[in-house]
Design a protein around this ligand. Structure first.
Ligand code: ATP
Length: 353
């Protein structure tokens, strides 16, 4: 039995169905991200777990217990939102103590628990401050401490980092992951930021128009995208239309250059089009294409991005991007140069859906 089970979840608002047949099981202590573009239904699923929305169909179980008849405050769930949502007229201490007092805990126990929570987020020294006296990142850490203080069985995080600037976002996501692992708390994290999801999750659910397109580890989601949508949403990617030359030997052509794929092409015939995905970081510039899987093209742009130089080259009609890692002595190709990009046949993934 999994700790959190979502089975056949549907949700409609009036005539519009925004979540379709959503199935997922989450193990105790797992960190799962719902990743997808704006409006794909991530928050709606999260709000159904919390009890703020009622599913139009399907069941939600936590630790084997059907949640249908339980109100949000009966579900023992901690939640953090994008807006910090602290009580502005209460100190940090009182914000974190709030849920504990409501639960009827005595003062000594409340004070001990608040101290423990503020220690966890390294803000013990700010216990007497009010929210307006703190940075956004600090406020969000207090919101996390407040959500965790009553020892919830599940933690739900709805884009908790979106309102913060880039540097704080990275450090706070690492802190959230560390605290989550330290406490072993089952966590669902909603984000539209693929790097965020890839960096901190045990598993990711990529959502597309109210459906789970793919559920997998960050490694699998990135390296083995199941659908065209996942391939294009997660990471930068070349999506290339290739023409089948010989199905029996998995031979295809890109522009006027033929390549033999490792993966079987499946039921296609010569002349059919197949979609291929190639990550920009997959290949490297080579002296020649001889004996290898390679594409030769003319450079149309070359942009310095800091850690990498992203170059685009034209291979017949298709334009393919590739990255060269920045290093001392590197001389990036110039616009107009003819270059050969060499990679391995398994870097070219066939996208079937
Ligand atoms: P975002 O990242 O922008 O928050 P999301 O993936 O979390 O997007 P949801 O907020 O779950 O998406 O919304 C999914 C769809 O449901 C959207 O089309 C939204 O407009 C619609 N929706 C959400 N809540 C309601 C509501 N209370 N009434 C009507 N439609 C709603």
């Amino acid at each position: 039995m999994s700790f959190l089970e979502l089975a056949g979840i549907q949700k409609s608002f009036g005539p519009v169905q925004v979540v379709h047949d959503f199935d997922m099981t989450i193990e105790k202590g797992e960190f799962v991200s719902f990743l997808g573009p704006s409006g794909c239904g991530k928050t709606t699923v999260l709000r159904m777990i919390a009890g703020f929305e009622t599913p139009s169909g399907g069941t939600i179980k936590i630790n084997g217990k059907n949640q249908e008849s339980l109100k949000p405050n009966q579900r023992n769930i901690g939640m953090v939102f994008q807006a910090y949502a602290l009580f502005p007229n209460m100190t940090v201490h009182d914000n974190v103590a709030f849920g504990l007092k409501i639960a009827g805990m005595n003062k000594a126990a409340v004070d001990a628990r608040v101290k423990e929570m503020l220690g966890l987020i390294h803000l013990g020294h700010l216990a007497d401050r009010f929210p307006y006296q703190m940075s956004g990142g600090q406020q969000q850490r207090v919101a996390l401490a407040r959500a965790l203080a009553p020892k919830p069985q599940v933690l739900l995080l709805d884009e908790p980092l979106s309102a913060l600037d880039a540097k704080i976002r990275v450090s706070l996501r690492e802190e959230i992951r560390m605290i989550q692992q330290q406490l072993g708390i089952t966590t669902v994290f909603v984000t539209h930021d693929q790097e965020e999801a890839l960096s901190i999750s045990d598993r990711i659910v990529v959502m597309n128009s109210g459906r789970a397109d793919q559920i997998g580890t960050p490694f699998d989601i990135y390296n083995k995208p199941a659908t065209r949508f996942v391939a294009s949403f997660v990471g930068t990617l070349n999506l290339i239309e290739a023409t089948v030359v010989d199905p029996a030997s998995n031979r295809i052509s890109i522009g006027d250059q033929a390549i033999t794929l490792r993966e079987p092409l499946g039921p296609v015939k010569a002349g059919d089009t197949v979609s291929l995905a190639l990550r920009p970081e997959a290949g490297s510039i080579a002296e020649s294409a001889k004996g290898d899987t390679a594409l030769t093209g003319q450079v149309v742009s070359s942009n310095f991005l800091g850690s990498v130089i992203r170059t685009r080259m034209k291979v017949g009609d298709p334009v393919i991007s590739f990255d060269m890692f920045n290093a001392p002595g590197l001389s990036p190709p110039a616009v107009g140069d003819v270059v050969t990009l060499r990679f391995t046949a398994s870097d070219l993934l066939i996208i079937r859906e």
